[in-house]
Design a protein around this ligand. Structure first.
Ligand SMILES: *[C@@H]1O[C@H](CO)[C@@H](O)[C@H](O)[C@H]1NC(C)=O
Ligand SMILES: *[C@@H]1O[C@H](CO)[C@@H](O)[C@H](O)[C@H]1NC(C)=O
Ligand SMILES: *[C@@H]1O[C@H](CO)[C@@H](O)[C@H](O)[C@H]1NC(C)=O
Ligand SMILES: *[C@@H]1O[C@H](CO)[C@@H](O)[C@H](O)[C@H]1NC(C)=O
Ligand SMILES: *[C@@H]1O[C@H](CO)[C@@H](O)[C@H](O)[C@H]1NC(C)=O
Ligand SMILES: *[C@@H]1O[C@H](CO)[C@@H](O)[C@H](O)[C@H]1NC(C)=O
Ligand SMILES: *[C@@H]1O[C@H](CO)[C@@H](O)[C@H](O)[C@H]1NC(C)=O
Ligand SMILES: *[C@@H]1O[C@H](CO)[C@@H](O)[C@H](O)[C@H]1NC(C)=O
Ligand SMILES: *[C@@H]1O[C@H](CO)[C@@H](O)[C@H](O)[C@H]1NC(C)=O
Length: 413
């Protein structure tokens, strides 16, 4: 049932004129020195699905993609079950990936740990180091550096400057789970470019990236010493504010200036209003941040869109701390109101977590994530007030980051 959120739909595509592309500012800031690099990452899985056997190869054109979406949602459609039933296929290989590494400016070679981040659909590595209004306050990497920690972000497979293989059968969440584990192993071994060796690695996800980490908790539970799941619940909506509202459009059609070379199974949201619907709560963001989002957003693949919910079906025995941080008005994961919930008070954070300082005690849809982490040593939630799915673009981002850093400290990760 949950896999239904993975399915695409196009509710009439409105093509915005391609905006001028602004350079992404992700340099060193107030607290962090950052550098970017490419590295080859080897990974393998036997858990991708033969999605081509269901939806075919890349759509011939935008109208074919819209028709494919209609067929998925038509009365009596079995497309969703066919995807769930599709044959599993093995994928292995080495892909060139783009990374940004940030470390505290003033460190004596003594960095306690690193956050390995995983951005969501429509995002890219820059999500974690957005610098708006000449302030470091919207940048996760800056807040981490101010607290003494390093951050490693990457354009996930298929996105931005990383490799763009077959967007239907290769670029899927199962393969990306294997890549994330491989990257964490390189950090522990100290052989990822020149970033050095870390023995405390916290996995941080946003949206699709949080689903991905839930897969890591099952497939490679040793990869991360704690998980921070932002923009996440186990109750993603299948309604009009869900993934359907992204109106996935062939990226090279929506924004030819940026995505001309992408194959037709690489898609993106088509307009600034669609971006607002999916990611923003008006008026709790600075005026420039919505345009910034639209001008810097990333493409994703039909393989990713149709596999996003698969990790939520896996069981795990993950025993490390887990912290869920989601905006009160998150559209795709809370149907835009996280406090409308059938969770009972007895399942709420305070009693379920046991240890540590509970940050949210009022029942919310964030509590549903506990079902996915039955063995977590600490499980806490924080509902970010007056904030939607794209937390970092809101004026509340800085406070949310402090909660994350406090959690990591109090959990003695
Ligand atoms: C999916 O698999 C189940 C169990 O094998 C089968 O009963 C069902 O008909 C299949 N559905 C589709 C749409 O292929
Ligand atoms: C960033 O947030 C902190 C804490 O709220 C505040 O003291 C500081 O003035 C903010 N910086 C900027 C440039 O807005
Ligand atoms: C890095 O170290 C890991 C763990 O020892 C190893 O599996 C991997 O092959 C190494 N990668 C490179 C590029 O040397
Ligand atoms: C959100 O914006 C409203 C209207 O400007 C304001 O009253 C409220 O305090 C803001 N919320 C937060 C958490 O800053
Ligand atoms: C806010 O953004 C809109 C759309 O880009 C623009 O028309 C408007 O002038 C901006 N307002 C301010 C106060 O900057
Ligand atoms: C969880 O632990 C139980 C008991 O040790 C084991 O049977 C099960 O396979 C484990 N599940 C996963 C997903 O590792
Ligand atoms: C899941 O979300 C729906 C709204 O989309 C809500 O009615 C329901 O109570 C939520 N379920 C839980 C367990 O919170
Ligand atoms: C809350 O706990 C009760 C009893 O432990 C259980 O029956 C119910 O399914 C739980 N609800 C959620 C949303 O986890
Ligand atoms: C909480 O901490 C106590 C004492 O440190 C420990 O005995 C208990 O197992 C912990 N509970 C959980 C859920 O980790």
């Amino acid at each position: 049932m949950l896999t239904q959120i993975a399915l695409l739909t196009i509710l009439g595509s409105l093509f915005a004129a391609a905006p001028s592309v602004q350079p992404i500012k992700r340099d060193s800031g107030t607290y962090a020195n950052c550098r970017s690099f490419y590295a080859d990452v080897y990974a393998e899985t036997d858990q991708n699905v033969d999605l081509k056997s269901v939806i075919g190869g890349p759509p011939a054109n935008q109208q074919a993609l819209v028709e494919s979406s209609i067929q998925t949602f038509a009365a009596g459609s079995t497309v969703m079950q066919q995807i769930m039933n599709a044959t599993k296929i093995p994928v292995k290989g080495t892909y060139n990936m783009w990374f940004e590494y940030c470390e505290p400016k003033n460190n004596n070679g003594n960095i306690p740990g690193i956050f390995q981040t995983h951005h969501g659909l429509v995002g890219n590595a820059g999500y974690w180091n957005v610098q708006l209004d000449n302030s470091p306050n919207n940048s996760f990497a800056e807040s981490a550096a101010a607290a003494g920690w390093a951050t490693l972000s990457y354009d996930r497979l298929g996105v931005g400057r990383s490799a763009k293989p077959d967007g239907t059968n290769v670029v899927q969440i199962a393969y990306e789970i294997a890549q994330s584990i491989s990257i964490a192993q390189s950090l522990r071994a100290g052989n990822l470019s020149d970033v050095g060796k870390f023995n405390k690695i916290v996995g941080v996800g946003h949206s699709y990236g949080s689903n991905l980490l839930t897969g890591v908790a099952s497939v490679g539970p040793q990869a991360f010493d704690a998980l921070i799941l932002t923009g996440f619940t186990n109750n993603a909506t299948q309604g009009p504010l869900g993934l359907a509202a992204f109106q996935s459009t062939i990226a090279s059609v929506a924004y030819p200036a940026r995505f001309a070379s992408d194959a037709n199974d690489y898609v993106i949201t088509p307009s600034v209003s669609v971006d607002q619907t999916g990611f923003f709560h008006y008026p709790n963001y600075t005026n420039g941040s919505l345009d910034f989002f639209t001008n810097n957003k990333g493409e994703y693949t039909l393989g990713q869109q149709n596999s996003i919910a698969a990790p939520l079906q896996l069981k795990n025995n993950y025993t490390s701390p887990v912290f869920v941080v989601t905006g009160q008005y998150d559209a795709p994961y809370c149907a835009a109101n996280c406090y409308v919930t059938s969770s009972s008070g007895s399942n709420s954070t305070t009693s379920a977590a046991g240890n540590g300082t509970a940050t949210s005690t009022r029942p919310s849809q964030l509590d549903t994530a506990k079902e996915l982490y039955p063995s977590a040593s600490i499980f806490q939630t924080y509902v970010v007030p007056d904030t939607a799915h794209g937390i970092i673009y809101h004026t509340t981002a800085y406070e949310a980051y402090q909660r994350i850093i406090d959690f990591v400290k109090s959990a003695s990760v």
